[in-house]
Design a protein around this ligand. Structure first.
Ligand code: HEM
Length: 542
């Protein structure tokens, strides 16, 4: 039983093994095996824990690149991703923890965006992962639809968005909200010498506005006293709870949904709130249409338009589908313009020379209306669509603001069949692709050395606004899924900005922290606390 290959302590003392020693030998043998096993295990664990690097980022076994992402989260996440993308010349592969769905290719290369959004559009749908994650809130609405369901909605909505009726609705609804609601709120803050959260009032403005366009109903968020509207709150909370699903392993949020616990419980409650509001609006509209001899021909909100249509089987759309359509339009237009305007006002605060040029342009347009006389104190002044169109420097400044702070900072697609990006990145079927608009605005390769500067002049040629390729400036997406509300959004933002800047100087309260919130839309995490002062003496200019 003596293992001649091993020198045990007992064998050193005696060449004759004592019974005691003999009995210990198997134990030592056994210990050796354990040691070996232990050493081997430690080696395997250490070896596996050893970090590999991919695209300059450490990759941890089981956890992938998540730890470096978490360290990025301590600072500004968007800046962190931008840094990595710039270091990797526009594209990198992110490996998430094994238990999540976070493996993806991340890109900000305009060539890849063109490939993804236009050239190979059918190969990059939203995909089953996205649809499954947001289905409870968005149903089969335009944002969450691919293929024919998407095409049908896109076609109908596109015709409507370009109709004269719809344009008139946007002009009328915005005029009403701006002059009867928003400006009185701003005026009150001047009168009472108090500061206000500009992002909050702008969010209220665009929420009311998009509900008027989608439902033909005004929820009243901007009413005096700025009341909390249950539908608006339910909508916001439901969106936040849905976003949480993207960073939660699918099996976990599905289990929580089944058990009705945690954020899934909130989500269910909020979706119920959204549904109740939508059902009530749909019921009321149906009654109105039944009583209307013209069958709603004068109305041009999205709900009425879709109510007049038939599905492939010649049947009217179900109430559930009508609900989905409206909820998606509200999501699309609810806060994209208002957060863009918040960043715009903040950038003006940091760049007073740009603000001065915008105010000069607005005053020039007003003077042109009044044949050269100073119309700068017209209390009732309402900008006309033609005048808004002529404000090209304002358009450049808003575009520049969206370049640096795109309302949708990151978007998502899924690969149907194996593919290769123009930059050579190989994409396997099922790969998720994230394209990062925020990083694009910070890439010297796209915008030059001054890419981080706020310089509206980069959008002007001979004083005229010149738009950029949708794959270089992708704030509104591009290709067949280009934002349907782009023209409306520019009109809305320019009208709001001009109406405010013509009357007030907007100053951000000193020390107010301005940082982006990590969400699907680029909100300011702490809002934008500002103080307003009148530009034209003490008169009330509404
Ligand atoms: C600054 C304002 C806005 C920005 C930056 C913006 C940006 C975008 C982006 C990036 C998308 C693509 C989203 C995706 O497919 O994942 C999109 C789609 C869309 N947007 Fe906008 N949007 C704005 C305002 C609006 C407004 C005011 C409306 C309508 C009232 C609107 C309606 C839509 C619709 C319907 C889609 C879906 C298009 C489709 O999938 O075919 N948007 N928008």
């Amino acid at each position: 039983m003596i293992n001649s290959n091993h020198t045990t302590p007992s064998s050193l003392h005696s060449s004759f093994p004592s019974p005691h020693v003999v009995s210990l030998v198997p134990l030592f043998d056994h210990l050796h095996s354990l040691e070996l096993l232990l050493a081997l295990s430690v080696f395997v664990v250490l070896h596996s824990l050893r970090q590999r690097k991919l695209h300059g980022l450490p990759v941890w076994p089981l956890l992938g690149m998540a730890p470096s992402l978490v360290s990025g989260l301590r600072g500004d996440m968007y800046e962190y991703i931008s840094e990595v993308i710039c270091r990797q010349n526009g594209t990198f592969r992110f490996k998430g923890p094994w238990f999540t769905n976070l493996n993806c290719v991340v890109t900000s290369d305009p060539r890849n965006l063109e490939h993804l959004l236009k050239t190979r559009f059918p190969n990059f749908p939203k995909g089953p992962y996205f649809r499954d994650t947001v289905r409870d809130l968005l149903g089969d609405g335009i944002f969450n639809a691919d293929d024919e369901t998407w095409q049908r909605q896109r076609k109908t909505a596109s015709i409507e968005f370009h109709s004269a009726r719809f344009r008139q609705l946007t002009v009328d609804s915005l005029f009403e909200l701006m002059h009867s609601r928003l400006l009185p709120v701003l005026e009150e803050s001047v009168r009472s010498f108090s500061s206000l959260d500009l992002q909050d009032v702008l969010l209220r403005l665009t929420f009311d506005n998009v509900c008027m366009i989608a439902f033909g109903a005004d929820p009243g968020c901007l009413r005096p006293g700025l009341p909390e509207i249950p539908f608006a709150r339910a909508f916001e909370d439901a969106t936040e709870a849905t976003v949480l699903r993207f960073v939660t392993p699918t099996c976990i949020w599905k289990a929580m949904r089944y058990l009705e616990v945690g954020p899934e419980r909130t989500l269910r409650r909020c979706i119920k709130g959204v549904d109740e509001f939508a059902e009530q609006v749909i019921r009321t509209r149906k009654k109105e249409l039944a009583l209307d001899s013209e069958g709603g021909k004068k109305k041009s909100d999205i709900l009425t338009v879709f109510m007049g249509l038939r599905d492939d089987g010649g049947r009217p759309y179900s109430d559930k589908f009508l609900r989905d359509i409206c909820v998606n339009f509200i999501l699309a237009g609810r806060d994209t313009s208002s957060v863009a305007l918040s960043w715009f006002f903040w950038l003006l605060h940091k760049n007073p020379a740009v603000e001065e040029r915008i105010v000069e342009e607005i005053n020039r347009v007003v003077r042109e209306r009044t044949n050269g006389s100073d119309g700068g104190e017209d209390e009732e002044l309402v900008f006309r669509p033609g005048e808004i169109k002529r404000m090209e420097y304002l358009q450049a400044a808003i575009s520049e603001s969206l370049r640096l702070y795109p309302s949708v900072p990151i978007d998502h697609k899924e690969v149907v069949e194996d593919d290769v990006f123009p930059d050579g990145t190989v994409l396997k079927k099922g790969t998720k692709v994230l394209y990062v608009m925020y990083a694009m605005g910070r890439m010297e390769a796209i915008w030059g050395k001054d890419c981080r500067e706020f310089r509206p002049e980069r959008w002007l040629r001979d004083g005229r606004f010149l738009s950029e390729s949708a794959y270089k400036f992708a704030a509104f997406n591009g290709g067949p899924r280009l934002c349907l509300g782009k023209d409306f959004a520019y009109y809305q933002m320019k009208f709001a900005a001009a109406s405010i800047l013509y009357r007030y100087k907007v100053e951000v309260v000193e020390g107010h922290p301005v940082v982006p919130k990590l969400a699907l839309t680029m909100y300011m995490k702490h809002g934008l606390r500002v103080r307003l002062s009148r530009r034209h003496g003490p008169k009330t200019l509404i």
